[in-house]
Design a binder for this molecule. Sequence first.
Ligand SMILES: CC(C)(COP(=O)(O)OP(=O)(O)OC[C@H]1O[C@@H](n2cnc3c(N)ncnc32)[C@H](O)[C@@H]1OP(=O)(O)O)[C@@H](O)C(=O)NCCC(=O)NCCS
Length: 127
Amino acid sequence: MLVLWDMAGGPPRITDTREGLLCLLATDKESLLLAQAGEVVVGSLIATWDGWRGSFYRLAVHPDRRRQGIATALLREGERRLRARGALRLTAIVADDDSAAMSFWRAAGYARQRNRARFIRLAESVA
Ligand SMILES: CC(C)(COP(=O)(O)OP(=O)(O)OC[C@H]1O[C@@H](n2cnc3c(N)ncnc32)[C@H](O)[C@@H]1OP(=O)(O)O)[C@@H](O)C(=O)NCCC(=O)NCCS
C-alpha cells in the first residue's frame, strides 16, 4: 500500500505509515479495498464509516494501470459497502488543482460542494 501511494504521487500524509495502516485495520478492517493483479496491489481505496457519514480516502491506481476502470470499480464497491452499513452521505476530499482527480470524481457522479471549507489541526499540537 505504502509503495503504491508513493508511486501514485501526491504529498505523503502523516498517516501514511505501517502503524497508520495497522490502526485503520484495527478500527475498521472492512474499510480498506485493494485492487490486485496477481500478487501486485494496483489500486486502493479507503471507504470508511464512522456511524455518521461515509468517507473516501486514498484512492490511488498504479500509473501503468490507469484508465482501465480500476478506480471506478473500487469506488462502486466502496459505495456498496458504505450503503450497506447505513451511510446516507458519501464524501471525498479532492485537491482542486488535480485535474485528473477532479475529472474522475465528476465522472463518477459526485458534485463539488460549494460554500464549505475544511479546517484541520494536527492532533499533536493539541494540549
Ligand atoms: C484519479 C485516479 C484514481 C483515477 O484512476 P483510474 O483507474 O485511472 O480511473 P478510471 O479508469 O476508473 O476512470 C474513470 C473515469 O474518470 C475520468 N478520468 C480518470 N482519469 C482521468 C484523467 N487523467 N483525466 C481526465 N479524466 C479522467 C474519466 O472520465 C474516466 O473514464 P474514461 O477512461 O472512460 O474516460 C488515478 O489517476 C490516480 O491514482 N491518480 C493519482 C492519485 C489521485 O489523484 N487520487 C485521487 C485522490 S482524491
